[in-house]
Design a protein around this ligand. Structure first.
Ligand code: TMP
Length: 202
């Protein structure tokens, strides 16, 4: 039996971490087997790639290099962790997956979508989430929430970069409406959590 694959997407400061925590508490209480993970990262090799990707000192990274590294991290993460967990019947929750690549490298970095299609199919072994939760909010609000942190290489990008990311997420959500749940990330965390629980098909 295949498990159930949930991904969370959204711009910086959209509250993914809080919602994943609430969802984990919910699954734990119901004694459902689950695995939480994140992209880029999730395995030792993918976490090493994450360090390079997010390091502000890597400011010379070309968009092409960036795309390939996100996909390299995803291939390792999917093959080593996600697919075995799904095969074992677990609920897998990933903080970001390939829709991030379409939003950040496709829309914001303006890389070719056909190249991204091919790399995504390759790096995911054609794996698709069962449910994707998009926590949507204006870029100014999201960036305002994280302004006191040490910002990583992507978080340091301009407001217009993050506006492009948000717009692309909303476009993807419309295109793949059957697997998408779009929620207003400015609402109270508990209210958002209830909406997520109602959308689960487990
Ligand atoms: P986060 O774990 O704090 O969300 O950081 C991951 C950063 O990497 C975030 O800025 C989004 C970005 N990202 C991409 O640009 N492309 C991708 O494919 C993924 C998974 C993340």
């Amino acid at each position: 039996m295949r498990g159930y694959f949930i991904t969370f997407e959204g711009i910086e400061g959209s509250g993914k971490t809080t919602q994943i925590k609430l969802l984990v508490d919910y699954l734990h209480k119901r004694q459902l087997p689950y695995l939480t993970t994140r992209e880029p990262g999730g395995t030792a090799i993918a976490e090493a790639i994450r360090k390079i990707l997010l390091d502000p000192l890597c400011s010379e990274m070309l968009p092409e290099t960036e795309l390939l590294l996100y996909c390299a991290s995803r291939a390792q993460h999917t093959g080593e962790l996600i697919l075995p967990a799904l095969k074992a019947g677990k609920v897998v929750i990933s903080d970001r997956y390939y829709d991030s690549t379409y939003a950040y490298q496709g829309a914001a970095r303006a890389l070719n979508y056909e190249v991204i299609d091919q790399l995504t199919a390759f790096a995911t072994f054609n794996t698709t989430p069962d449910l994707t939760v998009l926590l949507d909010l204006p870029a100014e609000v999201g960036l305002g929430r994280i302004k006191d942190r040490n910002l990583d290489r992507l978080e340091q990008e301009s407001i217009s970069f993050h506006q492009k990311v948000r717009a692309q997420y909303l476009f993807i959500a419309k295109k793949h409406a059957s697997r998408y749940l779009v929620l207003d990330a400015e609402k109270e965390a508990d209210e958002i959590h209830q909406q997520i629980v109602q959308a689960l098909k487990i």
